[in-house]
Design a protein. Structure first.
Length: 871
């Protein structure tokens, strides 16, 4: 095909016989030794699973290979090496290698693992390893599918990257040069206006969620309470249990249906998806208006349905969606363009506003504007600058002020501003709840406990998620599971309340819905305080209820049951967060810890267990989500007491260190289970032995500066490659090699050029083709039309298109000898989507993309290389 050259170090494909299967060195493959090491590593890994000696495997594999590849495996060749080496080769029998091949390649039915697809759960993924070695197993008759590892060992090819690097082509530079200083000031003012609008709307959405949840949950609890009070005297409490479970299951069913059938990306808290978006991964539908509507309605129904969830986590996702919509000045879902903020219609600007929206969501949830900024920095934003910090802080302050003002008016305290966040931890008075130096080791020990419990929570949730991926993949099954969890949660709460005999006096209590049950007149059941309330109010009660409000048995049983309920609930097809359930679990066992201390040692410093409830809440949340800096500030701002900053920091650091020793944090774990090519801050520490040549993708599809339209259409229509970036080269008609690199052009840019017919006839190359402006590209952003929707006639296919004006003439490049950490740092720090690999003559030899870097990670046994799957 004209204009398309396969760049790489190898011009052809050299067959090699290894392990009874034909393997081929693809074009552009690395050196034979590196190739052989990769094959041998794969063989050793498989042999370890079968129990075959790696030493026998090495010699057996090498004696089965041709001479050039034997050197690649073990660094010596029996036919051309020394006499001692030849004797060493001949002394080993290759029988072990052939036995391993028979065992490894035989399609035993009991060794199959069915891995669900991310697009179509429950079906096998079509795995395309896309590596330098391709095993042609499809040529052999196999009665069973190939064994595919589970999603944690795969990277999905369905995820594309965002363009966080501006394409400085002629159109971009001409527009920037036309903008004077006054215009730049106008653009900066618009940025601040957008941040203010983000804060206001995020605060209003939080108010709406809080008010609706308070009224609907209050109505449900009043109905159930009256029914329980009625049947406690008459008998027949089973009807009350049935009523409670039915109400919960019915409400949760509606919330699960709208998520499972309308917008599945609205499930969960949304924090992993926003982390991936800010990292540079394009998650489909994650910041659409429909997602926001389903997220808001879903979280209301989840909390009202009595699930072990919180409404604070989804506020981060909601704020991000609000920011993405406002900053673009239009809604693609509603097909309305307000013709404002057109300058910000690109991924770079949109990313910064989404960071502000995430921070505004945290601020509205906890009343912690500084914590919101730090959360966006620590957990979300991959790219940061000083001016962005100020704008994000401004959006966070506006968000919490809006929420505080509206809720204060709603609660009748218009001038007090007494509702800074969706959850208000209340004030921790230093005189009553202060701490001393000798309590610091105790707090550190609580951090250890929180880290262990958090690791246990994450491990259990991991296996639950794997079970859901494999077996509960149909929407109807997901809805049934959500209803089952809601009913079980109600049943567990009812049984524990019924069996509890922990009665406390009502006088002086602040319990909203006191249940008497079998307690004496003037008393209420303290177990009902925890279960018969929204999780936010239960947390506050555990923080501030006076000593003696709960006995140890009540707290112990509640901690145990709520731990497993929260673990089971996270991952359901509902909109819900894990922040508040984690705080509630930690507050319960933390208060139990404080009560135990007061029993063991008599002293005034152990008098109030509320501070231990606070430390336990921080330890449990830190052990699950593994946040340190931002969570410390969030807890400080939510409690209104800077004095607790130091012990909270120690608790969170300890919980993170202990938890990381066992498993990863909950959000990172779910990102891996979704097979997202997420790039961490640094490359794996043991990856210096790899070079750009070994990790790059080859062959590369290149375009000429003046290219035939038919060639461009054919390349974009090729579903087997699905490339999104194409190096532009000056090809030499007298040579088959690709000439020097001249630029880089994106698929989206080519789509716009074809849509607007920006080309001329071959016979009239001297004519000037149609001019486009950046506005034409921004109008098509972000949903560029597919190539199949663009009609190109046969005559138009013979026309020519000049890419000089639209390509990026200065793309980032890296030499093929660069180490993987250096390539990773350049790619990650600059937010690149494509990094061109060139040789010493500036000729294209490969391309590094996000998936090429994300596939290498540090595992428990060293550097791991993940497979790529078309899922």
């Amino acid at each position: 095909m004209p204009g398309v050259k396969a760049a790489g170090g190898c011009g052809g494909q050299d067959p090699a016989w290894a392990g009874g299967q034909l393997l081929r060195l693809p074009a552009g493959s690395p050196a034979p030794r590196a190739w052989g090491n990769r094959v041998l590593g794969r063989a050793r890994s498989a042999a370890g699973r079968r129990g075959v000696s790696s030493l026998c495997l090495c010699w057996g594999a090498a004696t089965s290979l041709p001479c050039p590849l034997r050197a690649a495996f073990c660094g010596c060749c029996p036919s051309g090496g020394s006499g001692r080496a030849r004797q060493r080769w001949e002394s080993w029998d290759s029988l072990s290698w052939w036995l391993w091949c028979v065992w490894e390649l035989t399609p035993f039915p009991f060794s199959l693992q069915f891995t669900p697809s991310l697009l179509r759960p429950g079906q096998l993924s079509n795995v395309d390893l896309n590596e330098d070695v391709r095993e042609l197993e499809t040529e052999l008759p196999r009665p069973y599918p190939n064994e595919i590892p589970h999603n944690e060992k795969l990277l999905s090819l369905k995820y594309e990257s965002l363009d966080y690097d501006n394409s400085e082509n002629q159109l971009f530079l001409e527009e920037e040069r036309r903008i004077n200083h006054a215009a730049f000031r106008t653009v900066e003012i618009k940025r601040w206006v957008i941040c203010a609008m983000i804060g206001i709307l995020t605060g209003l959405v939080a108010c709406f969620i809080d008010i609706v949840v308070e009224n609907l949950a209050g109505l449900k609890y009043r109905v159930v309470k009256d029914n329980i009070d009625k049947f406690t005297e008459k008998g027949g409490l089973s009807f009350s249990l049935l009523l409670w479970a039915t109400l919960n299951a019915s409400v949760v069913m509606v919330g699960s249906v709208i998520v499972a059938f309308i917008e599945p990306v609205a499930a969960g808290s949304g924090i992993p998806q926003i982390k991936c978006y800010l990292n540079g991964v394009k998650i489909p539908h994650v910041v659409r208006l429909k997602t926001l509507v389903i997220k808001v309605c879903g979280v209301i129904l989840s909390v009202v349905g009595g699930l072990a969830v919180g409404k604070e986590g989804p506020m981060i996702h909601s704020g991000a969606v609000i920011a993405a919509g406002i900053s673009q000045g239009r809604s693609t879902s509603l097909k309305r363009d307000f013709k404002i903020f057109e300058y910000f219609r690109r991924d770079t600007e949109k990313r910064d506003f989404v960071s502000a929206g995430a921070a505004a969501g945290v601020s509205a949830a906890f009343g912690a504007p500084v914590g919101g900024v730090l959360f966006s920095l620590e957990e979300g934003a991959s790219f940061w600058n000083q001016f962005l910090t100020w704008r994000i802080f401004f959006a966070s302050m506006i968000s919490t002020f809006t929420l505080n003002s509206v809720l204060s008016v709603y609660h009748g305290n218009a001038w007090d501003l007494s509702s800074p966040g969706l959850i208000n931890f209340g004030r921790f008075d230093n005189e009553k709840m202060g701490y001393t130096i000798q309590e610091i080791p105790i707090f550190i020990f609580m951090g250890v406990v929180g880290g262990i419990l958090g690791a246990l929570f994450n491990a259990l949730n991991y296996w639950l998620t794997m079970f859901r991926i494999r077996y509960i993949h149909r929407p109807c099954l997901q809805v049934i599971e959500a209803m089952l969890v809601a009913a079980v949660t109600a049943a567990v709460g009812f049984v524990m309340i019924y069996c509890s005999r922990d009665c406390q006096p009502i006088q002086g209590s602040t319990v909203a819905y006191p249940l008497q049950l079998f307690c004496a007149d003037g008393e209420y059941n303290s177990m009902a305080t925890a279960f018969f309330n929204t999780p936010e109010k239960s947390v506050v009660n555990l923080f501030h209820d006076p000593p003696g409000s709960y006995n140890p048995m009540t707290l112990g049983m509640f901690t145990l049951m709520y731990f497993f309920l929260a673990c089971w609930t996270y991952g359901l097809t509902v909109s819900a967060g894990v922040f508040i359930p984690s705080l509630l679990i930690g507050a319960a066992w933390g208060r139990l810890f404080g009560i135990s201390l007061s029993y063991l040692t008599k002293g005034s410093i152990w008098a109030d267990p509320g501070k231990y409830a606070l430390m336990g809440a921080a330890a449990q949340l830190g052990g699950i989500v593994r946040m340190t800096l931002s969570l410390t500030v969030i807890m400080m701002e939510a409690t209104g007491n800077v004095t607790y900053g130091f012990p909270i920091m120690l608790v969170l650091m300890t919980a993170k260190i202990v938890g990381d020793y066992f498993v990863e944090g909950l959000y990172d774990m779910h990102i891996q289970l979704q097979s997202v090519p997420f790039l961490h801050w640094e490359a794996p520490v043991t990856s210096h032995s790899l070079t750009a040549r070994e990790v790059m993708s080859t062959p590369v599809t290149c375009l000429r500066r003046i290219e035939r339209v038919g060639t461009v259409v054919d390349i974009l229509s090729d579903t087997s490659s699905n490339h999104n970036g194409f190096p532009v080269v000056e090809s030499n008609p007298n040579s088959t090699q690709v000439a020097g690199l001249r630029g880089l052009i994106l698929r989206s840019q080519l789509i716009v050029l074809l849509k607007h017919k920006v080309f001329v006839e071959r016979a009239n190359l001297s004519l000037v083709q149609r001019r486009l402006k950046l506005k034409d590209f921004r109008d098509a952003y972000p949903r560029f039309p597919p190539i199949q929707s663009i009609h190109v006639s046969q005559d138009e296919r013979e026309c020519m298109i000049d890419l000089s004006e639209f390509m990026n003439p200065s793309p980032y490049t890296v030499p093929q000898e660069a180490s993987l950490p250096r390539v990773f740092k350049l790619f990650r720090a600059l937010g690149l989507r494509h990094l061109v690999v060139v040789d010493n003559r500036n000729e294209v030899v490969g391309m590094v993309t996000r998936k090429d870097l994300a596939r290498y990670r540090l595992g428990k046994e060293g550097l791991e290389e993940l497979s790529l799957a078309q899922t």
